[in-house]
Design a protein around this ligand. Sequence first.
Ligand SMILES: Cc1cc2nc3c(=O)[nH]c(=O)nc-3n(C[C@H](O)[C@H](O)[C@H](O)COP(=O)(O)OP(=O)(O)OC[C@H]3O[C@@H](n4cnc5c(N)ncnc54)[C@H](O)[C@@H]3O)c2cc1C
Length: 218
Amino acid sequence: MTRRDALEALNHFIASCLPLYGDYQDAMKSGEPFLYHAILSPYLNCGLLNAREICVAAELAYRQGQAPLNAVEGFVRQILGWRENVRGIYWLRMPGYAETYALYAHRPLPWFYWSGETQLNCMAQVIAETRAHAYAHHIQRLMITGNFALLAGVEPREIEAWYLAVYADAYYWEELPNTHGMVMFADGGVLASKPYAASGAYIDRMSDIAKGASTTRS
Ligand SMILES: Cc1cc2nc3c(=O)[nH]c(=O)nc-3n(C[C@H](O)[C@H](O)[C@H](O)COP(=O)(O)OP(=O)(O)OC[C@H]3O[C@@H](n4cnc5c(N)ncnc54)[C@H](O)[C@@H]3O)c2cc1C
């Protein structure tokens, strides 16, 4: 991975994906692991791109009429709103942050997180895509694999170790507040005002993946 690769990825995203980013950023579709997402986090996290230049490139696309406001606003908010917020929480709250257990969850992580062998179709699909690409977009991480871990009462350290192991963009300072705070609510509300817990109705509304039957077995 070089700076040149990073700039190519940024230019590709701005020209081809940003215009539809706002409309589809929360959507999940079978067989479309990337949709209109940026896939820029590995470059950003290792320093080949910086947050400011990405936001400036997106803003320029808006000013030149190449992307609509809802797309550019939504994208810049991910970087400035979420990434920088998560960074601030880590630096302000660590090391004590990782030790909190607000919901007293203690179940072991089910083995199918590693194998993908489960009859839960939405989980099987996201885990298969994760294994294939070391990537899942934010809503898949939060509302599929994260939501299941929250509802099942998985031990925060076990699910944190999983996110850290399986994604190409995983860095502890970024993974920890997302998993410990946003997914597991183990911080008691420092990052989010309430747990991101949802039923199958949410997944049904936001995707086509719950409708088909899983082909793998638990
Ligand atoms: C449980 C969990 C663990 C996560 N672990 C990581 C991690 O280790 N490293 C990581 O970079 N991101 C992490 N994220 C955030 C987010 O899922 C990824 O940044 C995003 O999926 C990267 O893909 P993208 O570049 O296509 O993102 P896009 O959807 O295109 O978003 C653009 C950029 O916004 C930033 N961003 C968006 N949301 C977040 C967020 N919640 N926290 C931090 N940055 C954000 C990323 O830099 C991303 O590249 C995690 C999210 C969850 C729910």
